[in-house]
Write a protein that binds this ligand. Sequence first.
Ligand code: GLN
Ligand code: ZN
Length: 756
Amino acid sequence: MLTSVVGYPRIGAERELKFASEKYFKGEADEAELRAVARNLRAEHIRSQKEAGIDFITSNDFSFYDGLLDTAVLCGIVPKRYKELGLSELDTYYAMARGYQGEKGDVKALAMKKWFNTNYHYIVPELEDDTVIRLSGTKIFDEYEEAKENNIETKPVIVGAYTLLSLCRYTGRKQREDYKDAVVVVYKEIIEGLKKRGAKWIQFDEPSFVRDLDAKEVGFAKNLYQEILSAKGDVKILVQTYFGDVRDIYETLTELDFDGIGLDFVEGRQTRELIDKNGFPKDKLLFAGLINGKNVWKNNYEKSLNVLAELKAKGINAVLSTSCSLLHVPYTLDAETKLDEKYKKHFAYAKEKLAELRTIANIADGGDREAFAAYRENKELFARGRDCVDADVRKRLSEIREADYTRLPIRKEREKIQKEALKLPKFPTTTIGSFPQTKDVKKNRSSFRKGEISEAQYKEFNREKIKRAVEWQESIGIDVLVHGEYERNDMVEYFGESLSGYLFTEKAWVQSYGTRCVKPPVIWGDVSRKKPITVEWAVYAQSLSDKPVKGMLTGPVTILNWSFPREDISIKESMTQIALAIRDEVLDLEKNGIRIIQIDEAALREKLPLRKSDWYGEYLDFAIPAFRLVHSGVKAGTQIHTHMCYSEFTDIIPAIDNMDADVITFEASRSDLLILDALKKCNFETETGPGVYDIHSPRVPSVEEIVTALRKMREKVADDKLWVNPDCGLKTRGEEETKASLINLVQAAKQIRNEA
Ligand code: GLN
Ligand code: ZN
């Protein structure tokens, strides 16, 4: 049985590409140095796959920033404003990815979006009416040939034409259909070019095929591929899908002239059913994505072998594959020097997944002694189970009653009680939580971590910071204060560290975008709160002021979405466990005199299923209740806030209202306030603080600007429901600009109060 890998991580096991790129950006390294690092990484990646015995190894999965951007550039999709800078090819590319500010001009970066249901972000290519689509580069050819020079035959990969055209932004009058012919020409030239260089297989990645597709979409895709595949000749084409099943386009894919079809058996809930129902053509290879490319757990060999046996019994020619690119998992467990073996033996990162592919394929083929020893070991591992069950947590979970998901009294009644208790002015002012994380703040944390300062010293520093922050907020007239979050490194890690069941890694970096990597913690077992987490800081801050200080928590949906989840229990169950843990913290804050508590759900949208039809049943129906469970126990007078980073929730407004928070703040300054129309239309009940300025830029907004924004907001949001706040936390900003901005924000609120 042959094995295939959809794609490999590229940032480097030690994040070499990140550091080399950053050096290049700072002008500390030249292009040749950067390219040399990249070349070495590529060589190493294909070599380790070859050594692991992988048959279908991908080339051109490397990228200096993002694979979709690479594909766009290869097709000549480069907006004029970037070309006009007159930069080198590489710098034009980086200008699109990161923006450019220098002697040649000042251009913002292209938009960045989440790649399907992952925490990886792609650059959104822009098609202008006069963009000429034509083959405009050689990257895919070069990287294929480079691998060949290293004596490794690869299958070059590129994002497929359908997904490319689906993800582009069309800035002019022309639409997708208008570019189809030109795109077809480029893809045919790519096929020709690779054929000429001796390629045997080419992989087109088409994750957009797992979305809801109507007949028109399927027709468009079919037409596109009928034309592209006419250039095929004797090179073989693999259409690789991932992140779900292809229920709407399965039959079409099997009818088209593809030689291989890559299907996701991990996230594709209907993949097996589709094969059962429709069969699979005998003359094509089925690339069976059984090894999870998105999570860090070891594969259950027996389960995979059962599926492979099932396929074989049907006479299907299967290649064992990863479910998606391994881009979404860290490099190797070898780098985890501190993680105990008892944990490690349950995990497989990218490199270990290669070994799993080979071993399972060997067993499927009848196996050798080595393969069977591995099989036995794997069976035992799963049979033995893990030390991950906490009886108390299970008991608590089983005791949750329907009523625990509902906060009483209802919103309208609470509102009155809260208005009386809190005595806030109209258009209350507040911030989202964090204050600038200046060098000294980070230093204080790292010194404490390294044991260079005592706990008392560490705390004293933070208390001093909090004191100054509270005094300053009072002095400029903010109504609802925050303590500043000086103790937090990251909004998930900080909580994870105080939750049992959480595991932290040393080197499990995963690319989030460009040079940015994240290190998601792993949910190992049942989760509960070990001890109060934020109470001490909140109580101290509140002791310094008569004004309410907001307690600041991260919600269960975000904590779960930014961690590697368990595979032995459902997402719903894990989320509910986390909700109970955070609920404990909410109740403790309340008991200790905190009158307003904010529960951030920055990542609520992240795991929204790709198919609309699954939004509620597969996600919102338990994610929203998890949030409600967190705060349903508080008294009527305690005000619950939540915060979301994007206003991209126009389509789930009823669900957001259903979170039953009293106040929600969110980013709105960059979205033309369109969201407000939608809120009005849906009769949104939650009080709202649409961010009045963009904290992602160092610009200081003027009073007039904020007043204008607020006037617009008043047209859509009732006066007694409108809050005044920035659009996100201020941790990435400098102190100067933060102070100037907030002073203006308070002034603007005062002016609006006079107008109202
Ligand atoms: N309370 C957090 C902060 O202010 C929220 C962060 C976020 O939304 N990403 O930093
Ligand atoms: Zn935010």
